[in-house]
Unconditional design. Structure first.
Length: 198
């Protein structure tokens, strides 16, 4: 019996090969998957707390892949690997490396030149990396943790609250998050910054 995933608004469907990448074959429900993933994510957050992270390490393709892998490697075989198929969101899969390099270079420029406030830089990074959609799935949670790592480790500020939600469930918080993402897609980053801080 395969895993029957129920996708919510704003989530990326997995193709059959990617579903086959599930390491724990006893998982059969979305709820069980969410629980296993959350345990893995908590270990990844511990890793970020206990690792000496500086901008030159964080703003690299290697770190971005390593964080995703640490977040999901106990659950998915493809954790930390860039996707090899096109999705309903994101750049063409063969452009991921180029677009990510552009984002990293832009972010370094913003930091060096103080182009934006720290929270703007972290949230702009988060928004752009989701738009690139580096991984087969789990890009949203990865991008939020990346924003937290940037704001805390690069700027020395408190991490974002994200309304104290992991936003897996399709509730009002998730709807507000998706709405803020769509505003950012249209060029207005302010609602996403406000959401992250609230």
């Amino acid at each position: 019996m395969g895993l029957d995933l129920h996708y919510k608004d704003g989530q990326t469907p997995l193709d059959e090969d990617e579903k086959e990448g599930l390491k724990i074959k006893s998982i059969t429900t979305q709820e069980e998957l969410d629980e296993f993933e959350q345990l893995n994510i908590e270990k990844a957050i511990e890793w970020t707390i206990h690792t000496n992270l500086r901008a030159e390490r964080i703003l690299t393709e290697k770190f971005i892949k390593d964080l995703h892998k640490k977040m999901y490697n106990n659950v998915w075989k493809w954790a930390g690997e860039f996707r090899k198929t096109d999705k309903n969101i994101g750049v063409n899969w063969i452009q991921i490396g180029v677009e990510l390099k552009n984002l990293i270079d832009d972010t370094k420029y913003w930091i060096e030149n103080k182009t934006f406030l720290p929270e703007d830089i972290a949230i702009r990074f988060k928004h752009r990396i989701v738009a690139i959609h580096c991984f087969p799935n789990r890009n949203g949670r990865h991008s939020r943790i990346m924003a937290d790592v940037i704001i805390e480790s690069i700027f020395g500020n408190e991490i974002f609250s994200w309304r104290k939600s992991n936003m897996v469930k399709a509730n009002e918080t998730r709807k507000a998050y998706i709405k803020a993402l769509r505003e950012a897609d249209s060029g207005n980053i302010v609602p996403l910054i406000q959401f992250a801080k609230s």
